[in-house]
Design a protein around this ligand. Structure first.
Ligand SMILES: O=CC(=O)O
Length: 329
């Protein structure tokens, strides 16, 4: 067996140049194409020699990582870290890294794509053309609603929330408010954004856009009561995680006209099952979790994830550690 440390790449294939960067110093095992990864016997065997894991979109439970006694770093190709047991990793001294910043603008674009597509009914209208059903002038039954000049309420004012707010304020002349655990006076000054209590924000916004990370504090943060507060003219946009919403309550709200429409990039179960009403409703624009999915941004994320892992393996501080302060270093 080679004396080189082993890096496992899972779920996301790396471009050849990034893979070569790893291979210069380390032994790379590629599980990027392995279905049912956590059940795979070869993967479990490989874990016993792994020093680093690079990948995303798979929940890696403690019992599984117990089989990786040499693990030094889990480098996620994502900004969200809800797939990881952070306390467990920190207790074991394993560095968890993620990919903030490099995806901020692209993910904010996705939020705006959903805002515009839902407001102007773009998917429904495009479908009409595709089916050959555009047979006359477009009249009131096909009208959408304006985006420009409306009120945009953002829940979670982190980097992505601020990038969405900038688009709303400077691109679409929207009046922006936000709800966040802590106030960000810098954003308030830059964007003229008001901090609001959650209920007030839901009541006052034409567009409610969710960017909070999924945690025990935010799970099912939006249910029947919150959709009722939004009301029949509101468009709800979720680019965060499906788990922040009580999905059956959202489906009811969309079916009953409690809210106008939804633009959704994330779901409770992904891929969204084909029999979910969300896949078939005219007032829902459903995307397959493409928040950061452009050639440029996914490359930048993978590059950062590789650099994060390399730094830890070399004994250096990575650019984007998530649990650094919880580690005894
Ligand atoms: O959802 C995508 C991410 O967390 O990067």
């Amino acid at each position: 067996m080679s004396s080189k440390k082993t890096v496992i790449v899972y779920q996301r294939a790396l471009k050849p140049d990034l893979r070569e960067k790893l291979e210069r110093e380390y032994n790379v095992l590629d599980f990027s194409q392995t279905p049912n990864l956590t059940q795979d016997a070869e993967f479990k065997k490989a874990l016993s020699q792994a020093h680093a894991l690079i990948g995303s979109s798979v929940t890696l439970p403690a019992e599984l990582l117990d089989q990786a006694p040499h693990l030094e770093v889990v480098s996620s190709i994502s900004v969200g870290v809800d797939n990881y047991d952070i306390d467990y990793l920190s207790k074991r001294g394993i560095v968890l890294c993620h990919t903030p910043d490099v995806l901020t603008e692209t993910t904010a674009d996705t939020a705006f794509l959903l805002i515009l597509a839902s407001a102007r009914r773009a998917v429904e209208m495009a479908e009409m053309v595709r089916k050959g059903d555009w047979t006359g002038g477009i009249a009131e039954p096909h009208f959408g609603v304006d985006v420009q000049g409306k009120t945009l309420g953002i829940i979670g004012m982190g980097r992505i929330g601020a990038a969405i707010a900038r688009r709303g304020k400077f691109g679409f002349n929207m009046s922006v408010s936000y709800h966040n655990r802590s106030r960000h006076e810098d954003f308030e000054r830059e964007l003229g954004a008001d901090w609001k209590a959650l209920d007030d924000l839901l009541r006052d916004s034409d567009f409610v856009c969710v960017t909070v990370p999924l945690s025990e504090a935010t799970r099912h943060m939006f249910g029947k009561r919150e959709f009722e507060l939004m009301g029949e003219n509101t468009i709800f946009v979720n680019i965060a995680r499906g788990g922040v919403v009580d999905e059956p309550a959202m489906i009811d709200a969309l079916q009953n006209g409690t809210i106008r429409a939804a633009g959704l990039d994330v779901f409770d179960i992904e891929p969204l099952p084909g029999d979910s009403p969300l896949a078939h409703m005219d007032n829902v624009v459903a995307l397959p979790h493409i928040g950061s999915a452009t050639h440029e941004t996914r490359y930048a994320m993978a590059e950062l994830a590789v650099d994060n892992a390399l730094a830890v393996l070399r004994g250096e501080k990575p650019r984007a550690p998530y649990n650094w302060d919880a580690l005894d270093r």
